[in-house]
Design a binder for this molecule. Sequence first.
Ligand SMILES: [Zn+2]
Length: 290
Amino acid sequence: MATRFEIGSITVHRIIEQEAALFDALQFFPTLTRELIDENRGWLQPRFIDPAGKVMLCVQSYLLETPHHHILIDTCVGNHKQRPARPFWHLMNSDRYERSLAAAGFGVDDIDFVMCTHLHVDHVGWNTRLENGRWVPTFPKARYVFADRELEFWTRRQKDNPEACPWVEDSVLPIVAADRAEIVTSAHVLNDLVTLIPTPGHTIDHYSVHVGRPGADAVVTGDMIHSPLQARYPEIGMMTDYDSQQAARSRRTLFERFCEAPTLMCTAHFPSPSVGRFVRRKEAFDFVEA
Ligand SMILES: [Zn+2]
């Protein structure tokens, strides 16, 4: 699966910002054990967990070129942002993202909608860019689609404890201030080709995006899953989950719904090619790359 593929009348582009081993697996998945890693080492290593025990992650956007709109889903980490808690994302200054966008044939003026599946640091970064010392919308013509309870949660969190979530101040609130936010429910229907699916748990009002028509469709999952390990073991939570039990239910519900369909699942963070299907395996699911 390349960085560009077709689903019916829709062209999907993967816009990659970074691909690396970033987090220790046992920290990233707090209930994961060495024994379980050992049991699954044959398929997990080195592809999904590197030899040093770090989770291999891709950080990317999905750009959907539909007959009506250009929709950018999740906007990675971004440049020039203060992220002292995450050294590998702190004050990034890379042209990879913009080059990747240009290579797909797009400029910042070409995006009609930016959708943030949730408001975590690695999904909102390119919402804004620095211009004369101010954070301005990177995509000036876009409406930015935020889930209502998600925005409410992070706006409050930012107010109560700004140091805990600096990305809200530099990458979310400037969009609201510029009147570019489109605040919707996490089950919002954009049109007959694009519908949001609530997949709460990783965050309070996380959504995934269903695109296309039966037989030629895809789901951009966002962070309702971070590794194929969570398909085999849906109950394994991730360290920044809002509610890991709810996240596990969201995984089981979504995979149950699509596991017998040809629907392509476009994951946010699985290593490239990142796209495939979740098929039934025993009491859970297996990820099969496309
Ligand atoms: Zn993420």
